[in-house]
Write a protein that binds this ligand. Structure first.
Ligand SMILES: NC(=O)c1ccc[n+]([C@@H]2O[C@H](COP(=O)([O-])OP(=O)(O)OC[C@H]3O[C@@H](n4cnc5c(N)ncnc54)[C@H](O)[C@@H]3O)[C@@H](O)[C@H]2O)c1
Length: 317
């Protein structure tokens, strides 16, 4: 079962699992502000069970987790700005609902294994680079605090109740089926939309370093964790093959696309207040424990993403 299964990462994971012959149930609320999209499962819609439910509904969740072997728990509110504007919805989805999903597992299916999608945002402004899993946790926004609670509930239920869990702290993840309508999922979505439509986009700041994981690599990490007991109770960073400043990323994107242009401007004030500065991950623990390494270099991943949106953009705007 994949919560958030009609979203960006969830639907790519669903494709990977269906190809491997796994029986897959997708649970998603399809709230328009989030990344869920029926087109994300075009071509596999007859090979998955889709249940339009909200993870905040604990009775639905209690029913749905009963007979599953694996739970990929990916449903989330992803926008940092929305979490600041409406902290209670973020709390309900990223924190409270996570607890009730785990309670449902404890009551109805303690044998299930869960994989939780957490975020690098909870490290806040890095004190050193690359950031490893032992870096202090100093969230700079409401979303990161709620995601931190969500992941820690998973670890607690692993340790106290033996409900096996692996947590991934994802960095910027990109690829086909990401949300490009606006910046709610990531700024890169808007950039990709703009270069595809050949209209200008804005780069805020521009010198900050980031790393990027191609979605197939993120999915592979989750599959590796799902099939290995050594990952139980562990937290892993994911990362990318390189770190890059945002201005260079914008140059690379426009060069690969052969279209689009950008302007550099100051961060808007409200965004600057929750900005983390430079970040890139040390993912050596995932390498040594899971045998995971990012396999798609940034330029190749961006090319694949651009070619997807050149073909399918109307389904995403
Ligand atoms: N994409 C990234 O760069 C990134 C980075 C860090 C963490 N993550 C985490 O990975 C997970 C997946 O993110 P994504 O990028 O695929 O985003 P996404 O928005 O495409 O996917 C999330 C899905 O969850 C669904 N959802 C949201 N609230 C729900 C609810 N209450 N009940 C049921 N479904 C609900 C949405 O409809 C959406 O389909 C999220 O938990 C996110 O916090 C993503």
């Amino acid at each position: 079962m994949i919560t958030g299964g009609l979203g960006f990462i969830g639907s790519n994971l669903a494709r990977r699992l269906v190809a491997a012959g796994v029986e897959v149930t997708l649970v998603d609320s399809l709230v328009p502000e989030y990344g869920g999209n029926m087109f994300n499962i075009a071509g596999i819609e007859d090979q998955v069970v889709v249940n339009i439910s909200d993870i905040r509904d604990r009775y639905s969740m209690a029913y749905l987790v009963r007979d599953k072997d694996l739970l990929f728990n990916l449903a989330g509110q992803t926008s940092h700005m929305d979490a600041m504007a409406d902290p209670y919805t973020d709390l309900e989805i990223n924190c409270r609902a996570q607890l009730s999903i785990l309670e449902a597992c404890r009551e109805a299916n303690p044998e299930i294994k869960t994989i939780f999608a957490s975020t690098r945002q909870l490290y806040g402004q890095p004190e050193y680079l690359p950031v490893d899993e032992n870096h202090p946790l100093q969230p700079v926004d409401v979303n990161a605090i709620n995601k931190l609670a969500g992941e820690q509930y998973h670890i607690l239920y692993n340790n106290v109740y033996g409900i096996r869990t692996t947590v991934f702290r994802l960095t910027n993840t990109y690829g086909p089926r990401m949300r490009v309508k606006d910046a709610r999922q990531t700024f890169l979505g808007v950039w990709i939309r703009c270069v595809t439509e050949n209209v200008p986009f804005e780069v805020w700041g521009g010198t900050q370093l980031r790393d990027f994981t191609y979605v197939d690599d993120a999915v592979e990490a989750m599959v590796l964790a799902a099939t290995c007991n050594a990952s139980d109770g562990k937290i892993f960073n994911l990362g990318g093959d390189c770190s890059i400043d945002l201005r260079s990323l914008a140059d690379l994107l426009t060069e690969l696309s052969g279209s689009g242009r950008y302007e550099v401007r100051e961060y808007p004030k409200e965004r600057k207040a929750i900005e983390i500065g430079d970040y890139y991950a040390d993912f050596s623990l995932a390498e040594s424990s899971l045998g995971w390494t990012p396999s798609i270099p940034l330029a190749k991943g961006l090319k694949k993403t651009l070619s997807f949106y050149r073909e399918f953009l109307p389904h995403y705007i």
